[in-house]
Design a protein around this ligand. Structure first.
Ligand code: F58
Length: 830
């Protein structure tokens, strides 16, 4: 009997399955034990915490799959316009607690585990992070997936299933070392391998011309084929049955690969060559710029784009005959310029394979694509050398040339023979290395170009894409970033979650975060203050224990926990923070005992990874450790100042650190941080912000009132003029003094730190540390004064949380849905 002849006995099957999996405590216990026995293959009388976590995760996964199936059946039936979110990076972190929270069965699981003699929180700690991304861009993609599912949008995420995620950071003698992230070694219960969902992705080869039905056509004869296999990751929404899909592609050797070697008897080499195919999805590139122009990077981009588009088009063709309807059913979002080769791929498929004429294909492409730019500087925008693109994707290069030719013709109509302008706007950059500007390709095609904060959009309009803005102002939109309150309050700060729900008298804010503004009414209520302070203290206690375990440094809970956690980068100015700490240390050293009594004790916590090839960033990490060594062991200082570097910062570390912070620092030189999303997580958790007027901090000040945060430093529009002044612009005497301490070897490693000192003194101080130092110290002093008055501080903290509603990714997603994608919710009714 052939497969197609078989008739499933639907009635029988229904009879054998419960309608839905049951979530009462006994059923959950039974499920967990079943998974211990049959999935993890351990005896239910003998299994450890990790095995218990695995079994627990599998039982949650079953429940996710159930909803995920229902959602997809429903989407299929309704056939709404879908949003496909293409991103080379997703920083998902852990899934267990987030999943049970969104499924609404956290209490039931906690109870079931207690009955079995386990603790949910302990098992949750067993899970490693899925770190398939570098930083803000990738974590924002994860927050967007959560909001898309929660708001019932018919969405799919597409990305790459890297075998190795972002490197692990270990610290040896204060220096960063990188180790591979073997995140899949113990299996990944959150993904579903779809061996039957796979597509061939082609590379290299030549382009030939052919005549088809009297029309000249281009045919790409590829030289290599690699199979893309789907791994699906269900993403549950909160307070809905909807669970959407994040489909990540892994590279596998193609079945047809290198048949010639087999037939010529070179069996071993044929096998070895097959394995090479898998390298495409092996490793995530760290944020390094070193990947620019790397062949593997381009192959990764095209690999996931081609597989995703084949998948999207297959789904479309299942229900539709003509591509005329494609823009009514499909919206494609490209997350930064990394997936923008998809524009050339859509054109290739429509023109070469579907035989649409060029202008019709281009019209379709222009109606489906929108892009979000996450960089500020033009250098942050990807370029691909023409020679490289021509070798790996020869047909795509031709298509890009054709797009550019037509773009130039159109531009000439507006700008005449202004060749300077034309060359700036061209997709092709002439120069020592002739390259494709992927951003210009995106701008030429996308109907919407999104900035991630108002300040950022302004920069895009007035500097980075000035010429394009003059031509197509309507394309440029602001979609200020947001983060999901589910992960950043409900999951990571359950005590705060309970307080908010209690005082608002509802949990509705978890789906409708605007309601959180209702807390303002109680900002001075002494009872709320007591609960708020207790919550903060318990979170600080948890963080203090973590710090002691990792670094052996004991910290006082009465101190202000002052945190800067983010990627280490010159523009983020961790060095400014360090120089500020040195100044504080120097002041304490020069105080008599009575003055010391007035000092507000601080624990300065810093965490973040430096890109492996980024020498300056690595030196800053070493400086943190050198200063910490000196300060933490100085009996003159005691609990007045402690400095802690938290190694291997990642999403789950952030979940622990943020709720336990009093103050957080966001110090980017104005105009350099596109948005920043860390600040939004701190804000939600009632942590006060010390920040420059950059990125989203400007909008945060509008929401909570500038008087409720500590703003400092040069403004965006002052920075260019300050830079003009160049080396004549010296910092204060205080600045000179602290730099001198580093230079003179007060913290050791004199020669090693020399170049750091040179950068801020002799090297032009591009990031304006010297200029901003005095105002930074003033802001720090204002934070100290505010902390002394604990009632005032608590009020500011409550007002921060109360004003955080705008910074939910739910608001961001609603704006994308309405202004860019034109999609409607599609809620699974079961
Ligand atoms: C970040 N970009 C921005 N890029 O720096 C930050 O201001 C913004 O809030 C965030 O995006 C979300 O919009 C960012 O994270 C990367 O990590 C790139 C990944 C690929 C290599 C180059 C860096």
């Amino acid at each position: 009997m052939k497969l197609g002849d078989r008739k499933p006995k639907v009635e029988k099957m229904f009879g054998l399955m419960d309608e839905f999996l049951k979530n009462d405590s006994i059923s959950l216990q039974k499920d967990i034990l079943d998974h211990v026995e049959f999935t993890v293959a351990r005896s239910r009388f003998s299994f450890d915490d990790f095995e218990a976590y695995q079994a627990l995760a599998h039982s949650v996964r079953d429940r996710l799959i159930e909803r995920w199936h229902d959602t997809h059946q429903y989407f299929k039936k309704k056939d709404p316009k879908r949003i496909y979110f293409l991103s080379l990076e997703f920083l998902m972190g852990r899934s267990l607690t987030n999943s049970v929270t969104n499924l609404g069965i956290q209490d039931q699981y906690a109870d079931a585990l207690t009955q079995l003699g386990f603790e949910f929180e302990v098992l949750a700690e067993q899970e490693g992070d899925a770190a398939l991304g570098n930083g803000g861009l990738a974590r924002f993609a994860a927050c967007q997936m959560d909001s898309l599912a929660t708001l019932d949008y018919p969405a799919w995420g597409y990305g790459l299933r890297y075998q190795y995620g972002l490197f692990r950071q270990i610290i040896v003698d204060g220096f960063q070392h990188e180790q591979p992230d073997f995140w899949l070694n113990f299996g990944n219960p959150w993904e579903i391998e779809r061996v039957h969902v796979s597509y061939p992705v082609k590379f290299y080869g030549t382009v030939e011309e052919e005549v088809l039905n009297g029309r000249k056509c281009k045919i790409w004869i590829p030289g290599e084929s690699v199979e893309a296999v789907a791994y699906d990751n269900p993403i549950p929404g909160y307070g809905t049955r909807n669970a959407i899909n994040l489909r990540l592609w892994a590279a596998k050797p193609s079945d047809q690969y290198d048949m010639e070697s087999y037939t010529t008897g070179d069996y071993i080499n044929a096998i070895v060559n097959r394995q090479k195919a898998e390298t495409i999805s092996n490793v995530l590139y760290p944020d390094d710029r070193s990947y620019q122009g790397k062949e593997l990077r381009l192959k990764q981009q095209y690999f996931f784009v081609s597989a995703s588009l084949q998948d999207i088009m297959r789904r479309f063709k299942d229900l539709h005959r003509s591509f005329d309807e494609f823009p009514e059913k499909v919206a494609l979002q490209i997350n930064d310029t990394h997936p923008s080769i998809s524009i050339a791929e859509v054109m290739r498929v429509l023109v070469d394979e579907e035989h649409l004429d060029w202008s019709k294909a281009w019209d379709i492409a222009c109606r489906i694509f929108s892009v979000t730019i996450h960089a500020v500087q033009p250098e942050g925008l990807e370029k691909i050398p023409v020679d490289l693109l021509g070798s790996v994707l020869p047909r795509h290069l031709e298509i890009i040339y054709e797009i550019n030719y037509r773009l130039m013709e159109e531009l000439k109509k507006s700008f005449g023979q202004d060749y300077d302008k034309l060359s700036r706007m061209s997709i092709i950059e002439e120069g020592a290395v002739k390259s494709i500007r992927m951003a210009n390709l995106s701008l030429a095609c996308c109907h919407t170009v999104n900035g991630v904060s108002r300040v950022h959009l302004e920069t895009l309009k007035t500097r980075v894409f000035k010429d394009f803005y003059a031509l197509w102002p309507q394309k440029f939109q602001c979609k200020t970033n947001g983060v999901t309150q589910r992960r950043w309050i409900v999951v990571s700060n359950p005590s705060l979650c309970s307080i908010i729900s209690k005082w608002l008298g509802t949990e509705a804010w978890i789906r409708n975060v605007d309601l959180i503004a209702g807390l303002r009414e109680y900002a001075k209520d002494p009872d709320l203050h007591t609960e708020w302070k207790n919550m903060k203290r318990v979170n600080k206690m948890r963080l203090a224990e973590y710090i002691e375990t990792l670094t052996s440094v004991k910290v006082s809970l009465d101190a202000m926990f002052d945190v800067q956690i983010k990627r280490i980068h010159e523009y983020k100015r961790q060095l400014l923070n360090m120089l500020g700490i040195i100044h504080r240390y120097d002041c304490i050293k020069n105080m008599d005992e009575s003055d010391k009594r007035r000092v507000v004790p601080r624990v300065c916590i810093i965490g973040g990874k430096a890109a492996p090839g980024y020498e300056v960033a690595k030196k800053i990490i070493k400086l943190c450790h050198a200063v910490a060594d000196k300060v933490n062991n100085d009996p003159d200082v005691g609990d007045l100042l402690k400095v802690v570097f938290i190694p291997d910062y990642n999403v789950s570390v952030a979940e622990l650190v943020i709720p336990g912070s009093d103050l957080s620092q966001h110090l980017s030189t104005a105009g350099h941080e596109a948005s920043g999303t860390g600040c939004m997580k701190f804000l939600m958790n009632g942590c006060l912000l010390l920040a420059t007027a950059d990125g989203s901090a400007v909008e945060i000040a509008e929401e909570i009132g500038a008087e409720n945060m500590f703003l400092f430093g040069a403004k965006v529009d002052e920075v260019p003029a300050l830079r003009e002044k160049g080396t004549t612009l010296k910092g204060s005497l205080q600045f000179a003094r602290v730099v001198r301490m580093v230079r003179d070897g007060y913290f050791g490693f004199k020669d090693y730190f020399k170049s750091l000192c040179d950068i801020v003194e002799d090297g032009g101080d591009f990031y304006l540390l010297g200029y901003d130092f005095a105002s930074y110290l003033e802001a720090q002093a204002a934070a100290d004064r505010a902390f002394v008055d604990q009632e005032k501080w608590t009020q500011m903290s409550i007002l921060s949380t109360a004003g955080s509603g705008k910074f939910s990714s739910d608001r961001t997603i609603e704006e994308y849905a309405q202004q860019s994608w034109g999609i409607e919710p599609c809620k699974c009714p079961f």
